[in-house]
Ligand binder design. Sequence first.
Ligand code: WQD
Length: 325
Amino acid sequence: MRTLVTGGAGFIGAHVVELLRNRGDEVVIVDDLVTGLAHRVDGVEIHQMDLADLSVVAPLTELMRAKGIDSVIHFAARKQVFESVQRPAWYYQQNIGSLANVLLAMQEADVRRLVFSSSASVYGTTEGASILESDGTVPVNPYGETKLMGERLVAAAGAAWGLRGVSLRYFNVAGAASARLGDRAVLNLVPMVFERIDAGESPLVFGGDYDTPDGSCVRDYVHVSDLADAHLATLDNLGERADGWHDAFNVGTGVGTSVLEIVNLVREVTGLDIRPEIRDRRAGDPAIVVASAEKIERELGWRARRGTAEIIESAWSAHRANTGA
Ligand code: WQD
């Protein structure tokens, strides 16, 4: 297999690149290296390109042809919900513009297999029960809208010229396979807890009065190594599908964990005397977001193998190695 990985120097992309290389696949990365880090993927061919710029289509097509690419995994995107609310047009330009350019190049180079990074944020405000792929999709911020539009664009390319596409809807991704691959973005729960610890401050819990067992929000945390495995299973499955096929799959564990449970795990793993500080709710946070993980197991043969303890242990050891703590 020869796979082009956009955003391959990013946190999730680099984990997938490592697995592809470990099994002997050929990999070429395209990344603008704005949030990606080249040293995560040492030894892999990287082309630094801005995928949102219309002029990228011709060189990208040429790259696909020259390398004999047969599949694309498209990670490259902006992913901060808050930023997307402040800069909606830029988010559409970045996330939809880049996907459109990738699809134009794929069609031109006749590359027909695509795995697209989608997000649980396509569902919007959710109710308590575990979320099915067939549930309604009503995103509540521009970030989620770009992911939903992205899925539709992938499906439309299938209908128009036979692309085989899968949209993977990631739930809350954390953990690390190694220090080198660890997450450096600090706006999600686990890195934010670590950042507070580093500063000698109490981790913040946004809301202690939700209608959940302990009052804090519940999420579905999936280990990035499991998520990476899901991409390989998806890529392999695309080989068996008909041209024009598109479907969306949740990538979660089906298990909910509360913010307070995560903070407790951090206390156990670090052995530090950590006391959470309950603050007001953060605007826009649903109480419970947990995947139904049945469809992806049934149809693609993937399920998560690692639990929250392994997520926190691996994230903490990567964080310590990277900060010298
Ligand atoms: C998790 C829970 C916070 C920090 C978002 C996007 C989603 C995906 C992942 C992808 C929430 C609480 C957080 C802190 C806290 N994005 N929290 N104290 O909001 O579930 O999902 O990121 O690309 O699409 O919506 O993730 O990690 O920000 O928060 O109490 O210091 O932790 O309120 O309940 P979220 P998160």
